[in-house]
Design a binder for this molecule. Structure first.
Ligand code: SAM
Length: 282
């Protein structure tokens, strides 16, 4: 038995390919709620059957989300419990559910996340790209002019950027990314994660694009593209430069100390020299 409570909406993550990635808690919650709102009831039927989940389902997709949310709200207000699932991964992440969750919260009803798979997090965790800060960009526009503009707007983004991409547009998108971000910018293609043909590869954009172009198998299935952020080097602060100079000036002449400081920190030799002179006269 799960901890399912009346008058609560459970936002339940489901697998992104491998059914074994379903959490024990997710199974229990889906068994115990009064109704499951699924993006596509037929698609989710396979998963529910696999785990012998007999709970009734209703559909909630982008074309009926407004009306369905009202209906589910009234069921919740009558004391029922509801679970929301999407076709794969975490609902609301490039999937329907935002309207339902915000409506339900506006009415003071409990919303409980049941976390699990999410393609963007899985891809980031295995990409080898910086994971301390990132920006999820969802799907790029399908028309080339709009896509290029969207990429131009991200040119100076310093965080790792994560895109969901359709396999049909993958080659063109990688090529546009190479033009806008530079051919040598590192990127990762995470394709068919948790499935038979899982491929996760990190290369400079130019190499990634020509590999995808030359192998049509790479233009199939589901994919996430991650691009390294722009590495704009931040100038060292005066305090940082002074700290290094103070140590070096104990043993070295001004010119030599300034040159070493400039090679260790992002500061010009002239600037380091000026600061070294000031330090000596203080
Ligand atoms: N809600 C989902 C999540 O939590 O990741 C994403 C739904 S979005 C409509 C579907 C997109 O997620 C796909 O087009 C693809 O970009 C990405 N995706 C989903 N499953 C994937 C997988 N197994 N491998 C790679 N990308 C996947």
């Amino acid at each position: 038995m799960s901890d399912v409570e009346a008058e609560s909406l459970y936002v339940v993550a489901t697998p992104i390919g491998n059914l074994a990635d379903m959490s024990v808690r997710a199974i229990e919650v889906l068994k115990d709620v009064d109704v499951i709102a699924a993006e596509d009831t037929r698609h989710s039927g396979h998963l529910l059957q696999h785990y012998s989940i007999m709970t009734p389902t209703v559909s909630l997709h982008e074309h009926n989300e407004k009306q369905r949310s009202e209906l589910l709200l009234s069921r919740l207000q009558r004391g029922e419990s509801v679970a929301l699932i999407s076709d794969a991964g975490t609902p609301l992440i490039s999937d329907p559910g935002y309207r339902l969750v915000s409506l339900v919260r506006e009415h003071g009803i409990n919303v409980v996340p049941v976390p699990g798979c999410c393609a963007l997090v899985a891809a980031l965790s295995a990409s080898g790209l910086a994971s301390d800060r990132f920006s999820f960009e969802g799907f790029l526009p399908s028309k080339q002019a709009a896509r290029k503009q969207a990429l131009e707007n991200l040119k100076n983004e310093t965080r790792t950027m994560i895109f969901y991409e359709s396999p049909r547009r993958l080659n063109n998108s990688l090529s546009d990314m190479g033009i806008v971000f530079g051919r040598e910018r590192r990127a990762c293609l995470a394709r068919e994660m948790t499935k038979l043909h899982e491929t996760i590869i990190t290369r400079p954009l130019v190499e990634l694009q020509s590999w995808v172009e030359s192998d049509s198998n790479q233009q199939r299935g589901e994919c996430v593209v991650l691009v390294e952020g722009n590495r704009i080097e931040k100038d060292a602060t005066e305090e940082e430069v002074d700290r290094v100079l103070a140590i070096l000036l104990n043993d070295l002449p001004v010119k030599r100390a300034a040159a070493i400081t400039a090679s260790l920190l992002t500061v010009s030799k002239n600037k380091a020299y000026e600061q070294a002179l000031k330090l000596q006269h203080n």
